[in-house]
Write a protein that binds this ligand. Sequence first.
Ligand code: PLP
Length: 458
Amino acid sequence: MSLGPNSPEARDAASQMHPMVNFRAYEKTGGLVIDSGEGIYVTDNTGKRYIEAMAGLWSVAVGFSEPRLRDAAAAQMDKLPYYHTFSYKTHGPSIDLAEKLLSMTPVPMSKVHFTSSGSEANDLTCKMVWYRSNALGLKDKKKIIGREKGYHGVTIASGSITGLSRNHESFDLPLDRMRHTSCPSFVHFGLPDESEADFTQRMLRELEALILREGPETVAAFWGEPVMGAGGVLIPPPGYWEGVQAILRKYDILLVADEVITGFGRTGKMFGCETMGIEPDVIVVSKQISSSYMPISAIIVNDRFYQPIADESARLGVFGHGFTASGHPVAAAVALENLAIIEERGLVQNAADLSERFAAGLAALAQHELCASSRSVGLLGALEVKSWAGAATGTAAMTISAAAQEEGVITRSVGEALCFCPPMIITAQQIDDMFAGVSRALDTVAAQRAAEASVAAE
Ligand SMILES: Cc1ncc(COP(=O)(O)O)c(C=O)c1O
C-alpha cells in the first residue's frame, strides 16, 4: 500500500503507535481504515465491505449496528453519564449488572467486581489471589500456573500468566511468581504414536509434576481459558479439564476460568465452563458482555474466594484497590442491554445450532491442498494450514489471511492457524459466504505458489 499525502492512512501512520504491529513496517504500510459497520459486515474508507469473521477481537456478538445498544448508552448518558463505585457509593446499572451476572453463572457465585478490560480483570484477580493467601496466613502460597499458549492479557500480572513469548520478550516478563504448564493441544503437541488419551494423561502428569516440583504450599491458583483463543483456538482433549480439576482440588489450588472469549455463548452454551465441565472459583468475563460497544469486564467470584478477602479488608480497614471506571454506568447499561439481546434473540442457541455447519465448512476447507486440518467448538474455530518449506512459521497462514481480506473476509492468523469467531448473529447463508471467500483466497494463493514454483524451475 502506498500512503497518499495527507491520507487517513498516512496521518495514522504518522501519529499512532498501534497494538500488535511491527512499528517499522507500519510506518511504511499503514493500516486498513474501517469506517462503518452493519450486521456481520464492516466497510473500509474506500467503500469495500468485509465479513468480520473475527467479530472484531472475538467480541462483537450482536453485530456492528445494534440500535438498542446505542439507545441504552444514550439513555444512560442522559440520566447519569458517570459515577464511580468507590468508597461506599454505587449506582443502578452496576447493581443490575452484578445481579444479572450472578443469575447466569453455571456454578453458584457470590460477588462481582467490575473492571474495564480482560487484562485489568485478570491482573486484579491475581492481586486478589495474593491478598486472599495473605488473609489466610499462607504467605508462601503465591505462585500462579498458566499454560503455554494461554492468553490472559498484557498488563504486568496478566501478561505474565499469558504463555506467549511475543508478550514477554523485551518486556521483562513473566514475573518470577508465574509458571507455565504444557499446552493441551493434541494437534500441535501430541508425540508421534501417542494417542489422544495418552496425551491427556501426559498433560496431567506434567501439571502435577510442576506443582510437586514447586511445592503445593507455594501454588495459589491455576488460570485457564476453557478453550484457548488467542493462542490459536486450541481445544483441550476429553478428560483434560476433569483431570486438571482433580489435581487442583488435591493440592488446594484455586481455579480461575478466563471466559473473556468463551463467555456468553461462543461455545454453544452460555459459558465455556458448561461446555467443558469446569467448576471454577473465579470466572473472568469481558468482550461479549457488551459486544465491545463499551469497555467493561467483570470478575465473578465464589464464596470461598470472597470471604477471606472480605476479612482482610476489614482487618486493614479498606480493600486498597479501585479503578475510576470500575462499573462505569454507561458501560454497565450497554452490557445489560446486550445480555438481554443475547437472551431474547436466542444467540447462544444460534451458536449451538450453527456449530455443525460451521465445523463442516471448516472441514471442507481443510481438504484444500494448502490446508492440514480444522477444529471448532460452537462458533469458534480454526483452519490449520500447511507451513511452507523455507519460510518462517506463520508465513502461510498470514498470506492466506491477507488473500482472504482481499476477498472480503477478515480473519486472524496465529502461527499456521487461520482463526474464525464470527458475530453470533451470523446466519447459515453468511457462514457459507464467509467460507466461500476463504476458499477463493486459498485457490488464489495456491495458483500464485504454483506460478512462483514454475518460474523458479525455469
Ligand atoms: C481469554 C482472554 N483473556 C484476556 C484478554 C485480554 O483482554 P483485553 O484485551 O480486554 O485486555 C483476552 C483478549 O483477547 C482474551 O482473549
